[in-house]
Write a new protein. Structure first.
Lengths: 561, 673
């Protein structure tokens, strides 16, 4: 084991330093979420923090509670900064949000801080947070009908936001002038910088305690160990080529399905994931960039083998091929706002679908993989500008150990919903329902979890709403005889009329008037195994518990109680 | 005449402490818990030689509520919500138990079919937009009656802003369902956040019938034994409440036992001269840590009892990780040593217990290192004998061989990694509160705490460690010394500029008055201490900072509130924000009825001749003296290495440290001697 590393670290130090590093990045996550102004960060926890190597930007450690999609993405962002700045200096912080350099959509703003010890650049501290509005043609940035990236918001290459521990006021002003909610920008910048500073302080303490040599050797050793772990799991999968195709509804502009084709090739303890044959780059905002596609593939694998340590070592036995003639590796100026929450989730389900053939006992049936991103902005009836931002969960697939979770969060995220009561305090809306969506769970030996049924009424002021979702055409699949879950089904009620958007799951700038309603119904998970094999007691418990009607039990399970 | 008793009933043992201020004596007893815990409790008091007629106070710490929740063995509960929202528990906050892995599930405390709706609506400002009808209420009451539920919980949307509908419905249901307890969300937690409030009120209803029967049975048995006063129950906040309030609001006892432990740690450390301490309670499966600045355990207002079961009540902020004597050590696929969170529990237990456990645990590592006596008995219960060769075999096969280490080196690694995880928990708790753990002394208790506390203190940089006289009985001792306590919360949810000092004063003074009156009716108002708190944030933030306002209700105008908030915020987070509006989320008040502190010096009488044992430390093996606790006399100082054994624990004093037998009965270890 670990024959490749030069000098070894004693096992105690290695285990202790590993724990200390994890705690350090967890603390950064905590500082960021506690101080942030935007609920997307403070409540939905749409953020990540970590440490990265100079040069390659490869991940040393990243917070376990950070958003999974950023697992791979941050390496690209850090490398972009490292490549572009002439002279990294202690006390500086760089900011960037360019999807093609830094990895996801424009709303994910990254900050990178060089870390020096004894005058030597040792690593970068970096983080990312989803800012609720940084310009663009719709409030919240999810412009379902954008045809290029310039319409999605202010695009920033690496720029210095903190110079020698002083925040650059002029840059903050540019950001504020380009946002519909400038006050949030100021608070979020402060929170994001403070998280980097907190991490830096802990890292100095840690290195003071153990010495720089030991810490650097631990980093190398932990990477080698993670690679070993990954290889040991991959070795358990039978060699072979496993293929799977996911279909997305459309790109928001042209109503034609987009295919994500995956070919997962297992050879010994190595895995190649190839997206060749996927749809070409699209006109609307469902394109993904290389960093997000690679990251999503890795997240799928980590969902299947959750114990693998979070550092760049886990990438070592993997190869992810993202051909540039597909919409999964689009180039400037393709619009990409749908990549981080929609396309990335379907990449995850596609990779899981392929690997389910190699490891049916480890992989759940298909899950809800759309967040039905609803952003709504305007002036409330007290005259204050607002951007309300809602995204939803759905049912997970049934799996070998049990039924799927109801209302699970996005597969590429760990973001929670804001409470109904706080949402009503802050925005001009009144909720009519927030419930499990009846009949949405796919039947099976282990059934899927339920999607949700979410409906609110706009109560006054002005509002333009945009929706960026998917999965209204293809439902989460069943496995091994299990039934599929249900598809997404969003609609508006405008002036008393039910309105389904032309692209069903996508549309922008729908003008609402007081009394108009929005209703979003999200997918339930697929079932695992034949429904007829579900024990009659479990079916009866679902009926008595109010999860299944008598009719559904008869139809799907052919069981009479 | 004025003797008081503290009783902590756990799953395995019932611990009893009795203080007689006239003789200055504290006696203790440890008896096995019984299936009906009330029997064991009363039996134990008899065993301890209590004269019930002469007992003035009896305080009870209980795990009945906790276990009912964790083991899902509570009552059949009906939850009533606003129409459209009955799935509030099922939906949670749209999360999953673990960031990675999609195969875990969630079972709410009450199934969907037991969740009912009523047509009504209150807006976020507290205005009634849809009234309830008598017909709907009557129909609901009929449905609930037909369901024969043990208890009813009500959580209506925005009830924190206006509780009128909950009150109306509560009155009607109590009227029509006599004998069925009805819990209302605003009575427990009048704060925004429908899921957390619904969860809190459901927990209350879920444990209520069980707690009512149990506490009622204890009360009856005590009464017939001759006890003439009302029993007090330990709340999760670290304060006492009378049994009548515990029956009405049993959710307040969810962390009763562990909270008592922190109260004991605070009192014992204060006696030994250390007001700022961190309590470190290490038992068989878990490690509980709490920050105690200025002698009072820090309290949190939201605690996760389990995945998807938050409780929005004041509870001592106890951070728990799966690290205890029974934590299992293993080597992962990457070759990295892991200790916990998996535990061997009581059965099969560590390998050295000889009860079928084969995987190495922290206790096994301690046996291999000579820190625990092999062949000797552990603890008072059952006199378990520890098998060295089983411990050695487990550590060698599962850790030493895979890592290529000697067995002793592997055992040292296991202890070091366990200590590092516990140190991490201590850092988390301190950092969350913006405190520097190096400025605190560490109080080590629980069966395994004193064995690890000094090395743990060294790891985080604490200068002193306080080891209580009876570390294994800390929770029962906490019951003996805790004060009575009432908590109030008033939801404000507005920017500070919209407020004035008179509004704030009205709320705070009202809290103080209600609390004092309540303590008076409970006979605990001799020495009342009022503390006000403002939970504040910048307007757009969600997370709040607790700002202590002291005991004065008046004078909190916009400028003063803003300035105390900014000071508290800067102290906790730093940051560079220059201008942003401050928001007042909640006003809180804690009303404490102080009780006289009984003497705490409980001596362990067990005499033991001095022996020597080979003990392995990180610096090497040393022939180490092993003494009984009673052979260390007050005022005496001894240099490490030293092992101190007593019936409820083993204390390790490593080389390079020094232990002082403090006259309060505690041992104080100087970590850098």
């Amino acid at each position: 084991m670990n024959a490749g590393t030069e000098a070894t670290v004693d096992p105690t130090t290695l285990a202790v330093v590993k724990g200390r590093l994890e705690q350090l990045v967890d603390e950064m996550d905590t500082v960021f979420e506690r101080m942030a102004f935007s609920p997307v960060i403070s409540d939905a926890l749409d953020r990540a923090n970590g440490l990265y190597r100079p040069g390659t930007g490869s991940m040393i450690v990243q917070g376990e509670r950070g958003l999974p999609i950023f697992v791979g993405v941050m390496q690209f962002a850090v490398r972009a900064v490292a490549d572009r700045i002439e002279e990294p200096r202690a006390g500086d912080v760089y900011l960037l949000n360019d999807p093609y350099l830094g990895g996801t959509h424009i709303m994910d703003v990254k900050m990178v801080r060089p870390f020096f010890y004894n005058g030597r650049l040792l690593c970068y501290l970096a983080n990312t947070g989803h800012w609720p509005d940084i310009g663009g043609r719709v409030p919240g940035g999810f412009a379902a009908e954008a045809s290029d990236v310039y319409q999605e918001g202010l695009r920033l290459p690496p720029v210095k936001i903190v110079d020698n521990d002083e925040v650059c006021g002029d840059i903050v002003e540019i950001l504020k002038f380009n946002s519909r909610i400038p006050e949030d920008i100021e608070g979020d910048v402060d929170a994001q910088v403070s998280a980097l500073v907190a991490g830096e302080r802990r890292l100095v303490e840690l290195i003071d305690e153990y010495g720089v040599d030991v810490i650097e050797r631990c980093w190398s050793e932990l990477e080698a160990r993670a690679a070993c772990e990954m290889r040991s799991y991959l070795a358990e999968l039978p060699d072979g080529d496993y293929e799977f195709t996911e279909e997305m509804d459309n790109d928001g502009l042209v109503d034609e399905p987009l295919s994500i084709r995956v070919r997962a090739s297992v050879r010994g303890d190595e895995l190649t994931i190839d997206f060749a044959g996927s749809s070409p780059p699209c006109l609307g905002p469902m394109n993904s960039v290389e960093a997000a596609t690679v990251s999503s593939a890795v997240v799928a694998i980590k969902h299947i083998f959750p114990d693998i340590a979070l550092n760049s070592g886990m990438f070592e036995p993997l190869e992810v091929r993202t051909p540039t003639d597909t919409f999964l590796n689009a180039a400037v100026p393709r619009p990409v706002s749908g990549c981080a929450a929609e396309t990335s989730q379907r990449i995850i389900t596609a990779v899981m679908g392929a690997l389910a053939q190699a490891a049916p006992d480890r992989v759940p049936a298909g899950s809800c993989a759309t967040i039905n991103n609803l952003s709504m902005g305007g002036i409330d009836d007290s005259g204050n500008p607002y951007v309300m931002y809602v995204f939803l969960g759905g049912g997970y697939g049934g799996h070998r150990e049990g039924d799927g979770l109801s209302n699970g969060c996005s597969l590429m995220s760990s973001a929670r919903t804001q409470s109904i009561e706080v949402t009503e305090q802050r925005y001009p809306v009144r909720f009519d329902r927030y419930a499990l969506r009846d009949g949405s769970a796919g039947a099976g030996r282990y059934r899927g979890g339920f999607g949700v049924d979410y409906e609110f009424t706009f109560t006054g002021g002005t509002a333009r709403a945009s929706l960026l979702g998917d999965q209204s055409r293809t439902a989460p699949r069943g496995i091994a005889g299990g039934h599929a879950g249900s598809t997404a089904s969003p609609y508006f009620v405008l002036d008393g009329e039910e309105v389904v958007l032309p692209m069903r799951s996508k549309g922008e700038n729908v003008e609402l008037r007081s009394g108009d309603r929005v209703r979003l119904r999200t997918p339930g998970g697929g079932g695992w195994g034949e429904p007829s094999e579900r024990p009659p007691d479990d079916v009866a418990a679902d009926v008595h518990g109010g999860y299944l009607t008598d009719e559904e039990a008869d139809r799907d399970y052919r069981t009479r109680r | 005449m004025s003797a008081s008793a503290g009783v902590d009933v756990g799953g395995t043992f019932t611990d009893i402490t009795i203080a007689d201020p006239e003789t200055g004596r504290v006696t203790v007893a440890k008896v096995p818990s019984t299936a009906n815990q009330a029997d064991g409790l009363v039996h134990g008091l008899h065993e301890a030689g209590v004269s019930f007629e002469e007992l003035a106070t009896l305080v009870h710490g209980t795990t009945v509520a906790t276990n009912a929740i964790l083991e899902r063995r509570g009552a059949s509960v009906a939850l009533v919500t606003t129409a459209g929202f009955r799935d509030v528990l099922e939906l949670r906050r749209r999360d999953r138990p673990h960031t990675y892995g999609l195969t875990s599930n969630y079972t709410p405390l009450t199934p969907r079919a037991h969740c009912f709706e009523i047509t009504e609506r209150i807006t976020s400002t507290g205005a009634v937009s849809t009234s309830m009808t008598e017909t709907d209420i009557a129909r609901l009451a009929d449905e609930l009656a037909a369901g024969e539920f043990d208890a009813v919980a009500v959580c209506l949307l925005n009830a924190y802003a206006n509780p009128e509908h909950e009150r109306l419905l509560g009155d009607a249901l109590r009227d029509r369902l006599p004998g069925t307890p009805v819990s209302l969300s605003h009575e427990l937690a009048a704060e925004a956040g429908e899921f957390e409030r619904a969860s809190t009120v459901t927990v209350n209803a879920y444990v209520q019938p069980k707690m009512r029967d149990y506490l009622g049975s204890v009360r009856d048995q005590l009464r017939s034994a001759g006890f003439g006063h009302e029993m007090q129950v330990m709340q999760s906040s670290g304060g006492l409440m009378p049994v009548s309030r515990a029956i009405a609001e049993p959710a307040r006892t969810a962390l009763s036992g562990p909270a008592a432990g922190t109260v004991a740690a605070a009192a014992i450390a204060r006696e030994a001269g250390f007001p700022d301490v961190i309590s470190a309670d290490m038992g068989g499966t878990s490690f509980d840590v709490a920050l105690i600045p200025g002698g009072t355990p820090a309290v949190s207002t939201l605690t996760q009892l389990d995945f998807g079961i938050p409780l929005k009540l004041p509870m001592v902020d106890i951070h728990t990780i799966g690290a205890g004597g029974g934590s299992i050590a293993s080597v992962d696929r990457g070759g990295v040593l892991q200790v916990g969170p998996r535990s061997a529990g009581a059965i099969p237990g560590p390998a050295c217990y000889g009860k079928g456990g084969t995987e190495p645990t922290v206790t096994d590592a301690n046996v291999v290192l000579g820190r625990l006596p092999s062949g000797g008995a552990l603890g008072t219960g059952g006199g378990l004998s520890l098998d060295y060769s089983a411990a050695e075999h487990a550590v060698r096969v599962h850790v030493a061989d895979p890592l290529g280490l000697s067995t002793e080196h592997a055992a040292l690694s296991i202890v070091a990694v366990a200590n590092a995880r516990m140190a991490g928990a201590i850092r988390t708790v301190s950092v969350d509160a913006g405190a520097d753990p190096r400025k605190f002394a560490l109080v080590g208790f629980g069966g395994a705490g004193p064995l690890h506390a000094v090395e743990l203190a060294r790891e985080i940089g604490c200068a002193q460690v306080v080891l209580p006289p009876r570390p294994g009985l800390a929770c029962a001792l906490g019951c003996l010394v805790a004060d009575a306590r009432v908590d109030f919360t008033h939801s404000v949810e507005d920017v500070v500029e919209h407020l004035d000092a008179a509004t704030v004063e009205k709320v705070l003074a009202g809290h103080a008055q209600r609390g004092t009156e309540q303590l008076r009716t409970e006979g605990l108002s001799d020495d009342v201490v009022v503390t006000h708190w403002a939970e504040m944030s910048y307007q757009k933030q969600l997370h709040t900072v607790s700002v202590e306002l002291g005991d004065t209700a008046s004078g909190w105008d916009v400028d003063r509130l803003t300035s105390v908030f900014i000071d508290a915020y800067r102290a906790q987070y730093g940051g560079m924000l220059r201008s942003a509006a401050a928001r007042l989320v909640n006003l809180r008040t804690t009303v404490i009825g102080r009780r006289p502190v009984p003497p705490l010096a409980i001596t362990d009488e067990s005499e033991r001749p001095e022996q020597y044992r080979r003990v392995v430390f990180a610096t090497g093996a040393v022939d180490t003296p092993v003494v009984g606790r009673s052979s260390l006399h007050a005022g005496e100082t001894v240099n490490g290495p030293l092992v101190v054994e007593q019936s409820d624990t083993t204390i390790l004093v490593p080389p390079g440290t020094r232990v002082l037998a403090h006259e309060s009965g505690s041992l104080v270890v100087e970590v850098q001697a």
